[in-house]
Design a binder for this molecule. Structure first.
Ligand SMILES: Nc1ncnc2c1ncn2[C@@H]1O[C@H](COP(=O)(O)OP(=O)(O)OP(=O)(O)O)[C@@H](O)[C@H]1O
Length: 227
């Protein structure tokens, strides 16, 4: 059974100058324990697709289902509840607060998660940091870390609430080859050992080819997929 499903999902942007079908009638399924790459030229709709999947925006038409339950076309509040429960995010620029410690950065999604009690924070933060090998950096400021270390902080933050699906938009865009490999090793380990599903938007073919599956987009449509 897919953990996440898109059925005939479309999204347009309407501006004064143009009306563009950013995602056009896309049907896709995602499963537990798989890393999936979304590739395609600039403007092909990858980020819009990721925002739809992550319930950041509602589709104009079609359905998004998590565990067979429709989670699109619902109120902003209910969407945010599903979002917090199901998705961890990793951004290209890491989206960390440089002046804060690693510990405080990893803590951020816990504060927004109503189901996790404050007395669990420390254990969860230490566990997430340890699984990424940065437990000795917890009380350092992010500003003092290297690019590879910062990305590990952002991955720790994405897994600290233990949501089943991780969404990553160009997660290795600013890393060197060695750190890219390390990040991909971590993603594949999270799929295998923690049964996560990871969806990665990337322009980097060396990243895409290490995923279990590649989804190719062009002009808002998915034109090739395995499975
Ligand atoms: N907020 C917006 N308002 C209007 N048009 C938008 C908006 N966001 C995206 N678009 C347009 O929708 C199309 C798809 O954009 P999207 O960012 O999803 O593509 P992408 O494949 O992620 O591109 P890139 O690889 O450059 O990040 C593009 O033509 C883009 O210009």
């Amino acid at each position: 059974m897919p953990i996440l499903k898109l059925e005939n999902v479309s999204k347009s942007y309407i501006t004064n100058q143009y009306n563009i079908n950013a995602v056009n009638n896309v049907t896709l399924s995602f499963y537990k324990k798989e890393a999936v790459a979304v590739v395609g030229p600039s403007g092909s709709g990858k980020s819009t697709l990721l925002n739809l999947i992550g319930l950041i925006m509602n589709p104009d038409s079609g359905n998004i289902l998590i565990d067979e339950k429709i989670v699109s076309g619902i109120s902003d509040y209910r969407r945010s509840v599903f979002r917090n429960k199901n998705f961890g995010y990793i951004a290209q620029d890491f989206a960390l607060i440089a002046d804060e410690t690693v510990y405080n950065n990893i803590k951020i999604p816990l504060i927004y998660n109503k189901e996790i009690k404050q007395n669990e924070y420390r254990d969860r933060i230490e566990e997430a940091a340890t699984s990424l090998g940065i437990q000795d950096k917890l009380y350092k400021k992010v500003a003092k870390l290297s690019g590879g270390e910062r990305q590990r902080v952002s991955i720790s933050r994405a897994i600290v609430c233990d949501q089943p699906i991780i969404l990553a938009d160009e997660p290795t865009g600013s890393l060197d080859t060695r750190n890219k490999e390390i990040v991909m090793d971590i993603f594949l380990r999270l799929c295998e050992e923690k049964s996560k599903s990871i969806i990665i938007v990337t322009h980097d073919f060396s990243i895409a080819e290490r995923c279990n599956r590649i989804i190719r987009m062009k002009d808002g449509e998915v034109y090739s997929r395995e499975i």
